[in-house]
Design a protein around this ligand. Structure first.
Ligand SMILES: [Ca+2]
Ligand SMILES: [Ca+2]
Ligand SMILES: [Ca+2]
Length: 332
């Protein structure tokens, strides 16, 4: 974990364990909702973006149209609510919240109603990412003693939740988190500090955590991976340009084998938390390039960068300011 990264949605930042939104983007929904449900969710532009804002005093989850219009609050709780991730059918949002005293995973309908609690462990659970078939959620938890990647069924069913730990504890308690389930269902991408004091991007089998492959090899902070809809590329954030761990993150894209890494942003602020639109043509991300953290969108090749939120304010004295970040593009 890295102080340089903007982690305002985390309920546990003070401990150095934090959560993020990793959007799960799917090209095809295996369990399509009823037509009426889909049409109710679709905006005029055909897509929604969930995000986290502190504009109402503490971190809450909001949703907006993909052009930045119709910004609506979905949670209203004094706890820290963050890390929104869409169900593959677009009807629900999983998120992390500290509303019951420690960070747990919750699920709500896409309009904010029907909130249910998925995890109840006294350890911190966060950073959910939905499986593309909708049946499971991967998340990070320190219930084993250090932050590791876990998954659980969304419904108990006849065989229970089948809670499974996918990454192993390390003697030094290093972290594996900021995970994203691949749209083809086979892989979970995550960042891990396990090798050294700077994180790298890994992928592992979503079945049992095997076949782990490390995709970055830098002294930089390589973080917050997310997938393109075809599962062939990963977008992420890194401060690899300039001095090691300088904190100036840029959005990069690479092939799933780690090849062909390309920089998409070039701003003096922190550019982070990218997720890809369901048509694979755009990336939504957050950036502090204009002085406060706001949400931006760009084409998949880095062109046409446009700011979507405008309500951020700077920290001054005891005023913690307002930030908008951790965007997640809906699957429709
Ligand atoms: Ca809240
Ligand atoms: Ca690194
Ligand atoms: Ca930057």
């Amino acid at each position: 974990m890295h102080l340089a990264t903007q982690r305002f949605a985390s309920p546990t930042t003070a401990r150095g364990v934090s959560l993020a939104l990793i959007a799960l983007v799917v090209l095809v929904s295996p369990a399509a909702p009823a037509v009426s449900e889909v049409s109710a969710l679709q905006s005029a532009t055909g897509s929604k973006i969930a995000f986290v804002s502190t504009r109402d005093g503490n971190p809450e989850i909001y949703v907006m149209d993909a052009d930045g219009s119709n910004q609506t609050r979905l949670t209203n709780n004094p706890g820290r609510d963050g890390a929104p991730t869409w169900s593959p059918d677009g009807t629900r949002i999983a998120f992390a919240s500290s509303r019951d005293g420690n960070s747990d995973i919750y699920i709500m309908d896409a309009d904010g109603s029907n909130v249910t609690r998925l995890t109840t462990d006294p350890a911190d659970d966060g950073g959910p990412s939905w499986s593309p078939d909708g049946s499971m959620i991967a998340f990070d938890s320190d219930r084993s003693g250090s932050s590791q990647v876990w998954r659980t069924n969304v419904e108990a069913g006849n065989w229970g939740y089948n809670l499974t730990q996918l990454t192993e504890d390390h003697p030094l308690g290093r972290v594996n988190n900021f995970l994203a389930w691949s749209p083809d269902g086979r892989w979970i991408a995550f960042e891990a500090d396990r090798d050294r004091d700077d994180p790298e991007i890994y992928v592992a089998s979503s079945v049992d955590g095997t076949y782990q492959q490390r995709l970055t090899f830098t002294r930089a902070l390589d973080e917050v991976p997310s997938w393109t809809p075809d599962s062939k590329q990963i977008v992420y954030s890194t401060d690899v340009d300039g001095e090691p761990q300088n904190g100036n993150y840029e959005i990069y894209i690479m092939n799933v084998d780690g090849s062909d890494k390309r920089r998409l942003t070039n701003s003096p602020g922190q550019d982070s938390n990218p997720t890809v639109s369901p048509d694979g043509k755009q990336i939504v991300f957050d950036s502090s390039r204009d002085g406060v953290t706001e949400i931006y969108v760009m084409s998949i090749d880095g062109t046409n960068q446009v700011r979507l939120t405008m309500s951020g304010t700077e920290r001054t004295g005891n005023d913690r300011g307002v930030s908008n970040g951790n965007p997640a593009w809906s699957p429709f």
